[in-house]
Design a protein. Structure first.
Length: 532
């Protein structure tokens, strides 16, 4: 660990010196943008190719989520209570020991003769959920929602909620598969995620080569996603709010903030999934509850505006007036895109964290996972949206802005988390300090979760040795600095492209293997019935 930390400092101090040498260079962020813009543009054009004016990846995501919702009989509604009970530990008794001979037949296995799979795994249901939620509940909920409303108006909120509800079913499927096909080595270390269920699952069905290729593509895209949306976009938004809070105007400030964040994140991620889980299970619930309480305070303080805000959300969803959107399809796409980026249902990333759970019923973790889009999109994103919409009843900015996600409030441009920040400041004294802390902590929690996702994909490609581990972590921390020093536009474009690129190979696995999920769901539900 000491060696890894020294390597981190060796890598980051030259970047800090570079930032200091460029204190008077007002084009530092532009230079970074220029370096990454060609890559960002290329991937954006490839991933978001359109059919009849609609990005195919969004059609795939939403269509698949709707299919899984119907096929499994609305699991997002029917099993919501069981999901909560599983997290609470109500069914833990069926995880750790047999239930007697009367429960002998479960999928043809004699319970006392099968291997005790409950010993597999490294974290609890709650820790797995907290880790995965920390990867989704982040600046997508603060900056992403603001971006959606700035671009698409209040109506984007409606489609974010719809996408979140449907995404619950997709999360259930992919996280069940993540546990079902995971690898557990002789030391009890778990390796799981789409890379494994794509390669193993398709091999079972006679498509070994195809499965291997799809798994490799997923791993590559996941590494890119960990550098982009799970890292650079997070440090970028954390830097924006810190610079606004302290009125830092130097272009070097971003790089300096990035170095500090990189050191903090590096200390945590060097400890692996158990340390990551121990941090996220404390930070995420605390910040999520505190953030929700602040949102509720603002919403309830403006109780008379709630019905107007809801009415505007529904009306604008079907008859948008925001500049630059101007159509039903336009606002729908903005809402779906931001919701998909926020909750990552269909991208497969969360299944990597959930695969590390201690369980012998893969569907148990699938049910736990369906809570993520609900917490992330249906609850937190909606509250953020209501705060911004209620704030803008004062006519502070024009929906649609300049068409890039920036809006002008009293002649000053605001974007992303900056819009949410000024909305909070209107109602809560010193909220700017609170929101800055929230954004930074959400950013850090998201980064440490995504470092695990990317590392698992890296190990799938390059092996599980310590040197491969160290190389990835150093690269990851470098992107923390790059994201902090760059502008928002190029970072979010690259982040979107990488996250959505993961959808294509992941969906290959889901469509081949969803019957396995149905079988495992029945196995878990039968075990619960026997235990009663």
């Amino acid at each position: 660990m000491k060696k890894a930390f020294l390597s981190l400092l060796t890598l980051l101090f030259p970047l800090l010196n570079f930032a200091q040498e460029n204190t008077d260079d007002l084009g530092l962020d532009q230079k970074i943008d220029e370096a990454f813009q060609p890559v960002s543009d290329f991937f954006t054009n490839v991933i978001f190719f359109e059919i009849a004016g609609t990005p195919f990846v969004l059609v795939l995501l939403v269509g698949s989520a709707a299919f899984f919702t119907l096929y499994f009989g609305f699991p997002n509604i029917r099993y919501f209570g069981k999901a909560i009970n599983t997290v609470r530990g109500k069914y833990d008794e069926i995880e750790g020991h047999g239930l007697g001979d009367e429960a002998a037949a479960v999928d043809g296995d004699i319970r006392q003769t099968i291997r005790d799979e409950s010993k597999d795994g490294e974290v609890s249901h709650f820790q797995a959920l907290a880790t995965a939620v920390s990867g989704t509940v982040g600046n997508g909920n603060i900056a992403g929602v603001a971006l959606a409303i700035a671009l698409g108006g209040p109506g984007a909120t409606f489609w974010m909620i719809v996408c979140g509800l449907l995404g619950m079913s997709t999360k259930f499927v992919e996280c069940t598969l993540g546990v079902q096909y995971r690898d557990v080595d002789e030391n009890g270390v778990v390796y799981g995620g789409p890379m494994y269920y794509i390669s193993k699952g398709l091999k079972e069905r006679g498509f070994k080569t195809f499965g291997k290729i799809a798994a490799i593509f997923f791993a590559i895209f996941c590494i890119g996603g960990s550098f982009g949306g799970g890292n650079a976009a997070q440090s970028n938004q954390a830097t924006i709010v810190l610079k606004e809070l302290f009125n830092w105007e130097s272009t070097a400030a971003g790089a300096i903030v990035g170095v500090v964040l990189a050191i903090l994140v590096g200390i945590i991620i060097i400890g692996g999934i158990k340390r990551i889980a121990s941090v996220t299970e404390k930070v995420v619930p605390f910040m999520a509850v505190l953030y929700i309480c602040c949102c509720l305070y603002i919403i309830l303080s403006n109780f008379s505006f709630i019905d107007d805000a809801i009415s505007l959300i529904v009306t604008e969803a079907f008859n948008p007036t925001a500049i630059g959107v101007g159509s039903f399809i336009g606002v729908l796409l903005v809402g779906f895109q931001r919701a998909a980026f926020s909750n990552e249902a269909g991208a497969g990333s969360a299944s990597i964290a959930h695969s590390a759970v201690k369980t012998k019923y893969s569907a148990s973790e699938g049910l736990v996972a369906l809570l993520e889009p609900f917490i992330d999109t249906v609850v937190i994103c909606t509250m953020t949206a209501l705060v911004i919409i209620i704030f803008n009843f004062g006519g502070f900015f024009e929906y649609g802005g300049d068409g890039t996600g920036s809006v002008f409030i009293e002649g000053i441009p605001y974007e992303g988390a900056g819009i949410t920040s000024i909305a909070f400041a209107e109602y809560i004294p010193y909220s700017k300090v609170f929101l800055t802390i929230a954004v930074v902590l959400f950013a850090v929690s998201t980064m440490i979760s995504w470092s695990y996702y990317g590392l698992q994909s890296w190990k799938f490609l390059f092996g599980r040795g310590k040197s491969a581990d160290l190389v990835y972590k150093l690269l990851f921390l470098t992107f923390v600095v790059i994201g902090a020093a760059a502008s928002m536009n190029s970072i979010w474009a690259f982040s979107d492209a990488m996250i959505f690129a993961m959808v294509f190979p992941n969906m290959v696995g889901l469509y081949f293997l969803f019957p396995v999920v149905k079988k495992q769901l029945r196995r878990y539900l039968d075990a619960i019935k026997v235990a009663r």
